[in-house]
Design a protein around this ligand. Structure first.
Ligand SMILES: [Zn+2]
Length: 334
């Protein structure tokens, strides 16, 4: 008989759904595996007004009313307390801080937290979560995340009630850093950072489909991330950072950063946890700790996975997914 596991339907605590036609693909694929998702605001134009937040949410819901989008807004220098309040009133649960120039559509990001003091104070007062892409620009690429620790610590110190998420942890030094901060600080971990190392990007021929920001790092970093995911520490939970780009945009001389993992992340995580004898930790990591940190209900529905091999497609609607053409040993139970 095939081995099975039933867990609460996962919550993706960091998700890029993109816009326009791509929403058809991204919402379909995310909702197949996830009950809800923290939707990132780095669209063009960015989600930084109440009108845009509401229309983006409506567009997502129109694709699948059964998938709950947890809405964010993008912080900008000089954002006032009343503007933050308007975002909260429109339904935002978190604000996302992109340091200027670190990733897709972040050219207009924030240079220093000193430029958004009023913004952060208002977020703290309104109990909104601050989510941060933690990389300090213009430093050596493999140290950028570590170089951001100082800025993160300064914000945490200045706003002692603010809940903060260190997004997509990739560096082993960040695991210790987050673990050492109070319980109001948590970190998301992606499937690709738990599965890949730099060898998968540049160890053989350069593979743009494994290129993302922050870049995947060494075996010791991956191991530290895995230990955090397996630890049962509620500070560490799943956020896919699934970030699709069309195949042509990845296979170019300026490959865009981002990995499309929504369609495969849950079976791949089940496979990893099972292989490492940690299957009993899977549900909390995928489905419980993230919503708990955000004070959001976890899914009431469940999904069942069976240990049954399938091959991941080479391309899904023009996008090359994580682990394309590879075999995954778990599938959703029909
Ligand atoms: Zn992201």
């Amino acid at each position: 008989m095939e081995k099975e596991i039933t867990i609460r339907k996962p919550s993706d605590m960091h998700l890029h759904l993109r816009q326009g036609d791509m929403l058809k693909t991204t919402v379909r694929d995310a909702s197949a595996w996830f009950a809800q998702g923290v939707v990132m605001p780095n669209t063009v134009p960015a989600i930084n007004t109440p009108e845009r937040l509401i229309s983006y949410r409506d567009e997502i819901l129109s694709r699948n009313p059964g998938f709950k989008p947890i809405m964010s807004f993008k912080l900008y220098s000089g954002m006032s307390a009343s503007e933050v309040k308007a975002m909260a009133d429109a339904g935002a649960v978190l604000g996302k801080l992109y340091p200027a120039g670190v990733t897709t559509n972040s050219e207009d990001g924030v240079k220093s937290w000193l430029d958004i003091k009023e913004t952060l104070g208002a977020m703290s007062d309104l109990n909104l979560v601050l989510s941060i892409h933690c990389e300090w620009p213009d430093t050596f690429v493999l140290d950028r995340e570590y170089e951001y620790h100082r800025e993160f610590a300064a914000i945490a110190k200045a706003f002692p009630d603010l809940r903060m998420v260190f997004e997509h942890i990739s560096d082993r030094r960040s695991i210790n850093f987050v673990a050492g901060l109070p319980d109001r600080v948590a970190g998301t971990i992606t499937a690709h950072h738990l599965l890949l190392t730099l060898d998968d990007v540049i160890g053989a021929n350069m593979n743009p489909h494994t290129f993302c920001k922050p870049v995947v790092k060494g075996p010791a970093d991956r191991e530290a991330l895995r230990q955090a995911a397996f630890s049962g520490d509620k500070k560490f939970f799943f956020g896919s950072d699934s970030a699709p780009h069309l195949k042509a945009k990845k296979e170019s001389e300026a490959a865009a950063g981002g990995i499309y993992s929504s369609p495969v992340a849950v079976p791949l995580m089940t496979q990893l946890f099972e292989e490492k004898g940690k299957l009993e930790k899977l549900e909390n990591f995928m489905s419980v700790y993230g919503p708990a940190f955000y004070s959001i209900k976890p899914a009431e529905s469940c999904i069942t996975l069976v240990q049954k091999k399938s091959t991941i497609p080479a391309v899904i609607d023009g996008i090359v997914p994580l682990y394309a053409e590879k075999t995954v040993s778990w599938s959703i139970k029909a």
